[in-house]
Design a protein around this ligand. Structure first.
Ligand code: PA5
Length: 444
């Protein structure tokens, strides 16, 4: 089971202060369970792991098997919560040099998460002449970035494979009734999955949104779900045994003490996108009403040579949360060298991971000395089971922390501002008044 260590927070916020939040945390948990918190129509994630059936997973695996056997590449079109979870798990479980060593299944590519013309041009050029499938993921079914990419990909897929064959390899994951993605899937007769009404994008990795791409990539979705199920139980326990509750309380106590930025650090480059997923989960959930911890991230030790100075010695408004993997998948020993020109013979015979772990410990001590509270989250291995634990752990902690902050975790009203301006600038029908106003503002 995932282990949480908050002892290196003690010099900054006492254990009594954190434990003193236990009753508020219990109330927050009760409000989530009873559905009395703000945004209570989006609590479907809370008992999602335990509600997943073997039949449902088998259906996902069957669809994945079709895509794996029919396609050389599968493009996952989606943005925000409609792609980050899948991307994070796939990256964490894949070989670091996947694009060079290949895999026994299709290449998994992502699109619809940006509007870069070069990105889309290079993607469509790569797909030229290839048998490829598309998983079109959008809860609203109307997100511009995703819809743009899907229009291009659908056309190319149909042109290259023929309309009937394309129907076998295009899958939609969207709302049951609303949105253009639903209309298109129903009209074309695509295999489709429903994103439950009561599960928001950033809490949807354990729905088909995450599970299908992860299964297409060849990873064990049963183990992922089992890890989440075990954490669902652990995160329902009383405060003293509940890591999610303790993490939420610790973050809140630090925030109240003036620590406004949390840096999620990892010592395994494969965890880079877990941090991207985590940033969206926490950033979009709690950054509202002029409140919220700013979620940042670093890959270590890489970023000790770029952000290390700031973390050690910059403005003291940060705290650090480290995800540490106890056991690497591989074993690699440093060789001895007769000449010892690099002076590294003192490491001969040691595992690379031992050096990494000492770097982690040394960094933790230095950062705490420099005024940065440190939270440590340890998982035994980087596998599907432990990632399932980690995902649910963060979701539950986020739900609790937003209650402590007094914000609605499950909406994102701030995201609309850029869309309104973009549609006005592009002259979208229905935005005539906004177009006139923005043109006046820009003096054109
Ligand atoms: O967490 C969220 O709700 C958002 O980040 C959405 O996932 C993102 O905006 C994509 O929305 P949609 O799935 O409707 O295309």
């Amino acid at each position: 089971m995932l282990k949480l260590d908050t002892t290196k927070v003690a010099p900054f916020v006492s254990a009594e202060t954190i434990n003193g939040l236990a009753s508020r945390v219990a109330e927050a948990q009760k409000a989530l369970e009873a559905g009395t918190c703000p945004g209570n129509d989006f609590l479907g994630w809370l008992h999602l792991p335990s509600s997943i059936t073997p039949e449902f997973l088998n259906d996902i695996k069957q669809t994945a098997a079709v895509l794996r056997s029919e396609c050389e590449a599968v493009v996952v079109a989606g943005i925000g919560g409609s792609y980050l979870g899948a991307k994070a798990v796939i990256e964490a479980l894949s070989n670091s040099f996947q694009w060079l060593v290949g895999s026994d299944g299709p290449a998994i590519l992502f699109a619809g998460n940006n509007i870069g013309e070069d990105y889309l041009a290079e993607l469509t050029a790569y797909l030229k002449g290839k048998k490829f499938g598309v998983i079109n993921i959008s809860k609203s079914g109307t997100t511009t970035e995703t819809a743009l990419a899907f229009r291009l990909l659908k056309k190319q897929c149909e042109e290259q494979m023929g309309k009937e064959a394309a129907k076998k390899v295009i899958v939609a994951i969207t709302d049951a009734r609303r949105g253009a993605a639903r209309t298109c899937a129903d009209k074309e007769g695509y295999k489709s999955y429903i994103i439950p009404d009561n599960v928001g994008g950033r809490f949807s990795v354990l729905t088909p949104v995450g599970l299908l791409p992860i299964a297409v990539a060849g990873f064990d979705i049963e183990q992922l779900v089992r890890g989440a199920q075990d954490m669902e139980k652990a995160a329902a326990a009383p405060f003293a045994e509940n890591p999610a509750a303790q993490y939420a309380a610790t973050r809140f106590a630090l925030y109240e003490s003036g620590k406004k930025i949390e840096i999620l650090a990892n010592y395994q480059p494969k965890l880079h996108f877990i941090a991207e997923w985590w940033k969206q989960l926490f950033g979009e959930s709690e950054g509202k009403d002029k409140k919220g911890i700013y979620p940042a991230s670093v890959d270590l030790t890489t970023d000790l040579h770029s952000m290390g100075q700031w973390i050690q010695d910059g403005e003291r408004t940060i705290f650090e949360t480290v995800i540490s993997v106890e056991q690497p998948e591989h074993k690699l020993l440093f060789p001895s060298d007769d000449e010892n020109l690099d002076g590294l013979n003192f490491l001969a015979g040691k595992r690379v991971d031992e050096v990494n772990k000492m770097a982690e410990l040394g960094t933790q001590l230095a950062h705490v000395d420099g005024g940065v509270p440190n939270i440590r989250i340890a998982i035994d291995r980087l596998d599907a089971y432990h990632l399932g634990q980690l995902i649910y752990f963060f979701e539950k902690a986020c739900g609790i922390h937003c209650q402590l902050l007094g914000v609605n975790a499950f909406n994102q009203p701030g995201v609309e501002a850029y869309k309104k301006n973009m549609f006005a600038l592009l002259g979208k029908p229905g935005y005539e008044a906004e177009t006139a106003a923005i043109q006046k503002r820009l003096g054109c």
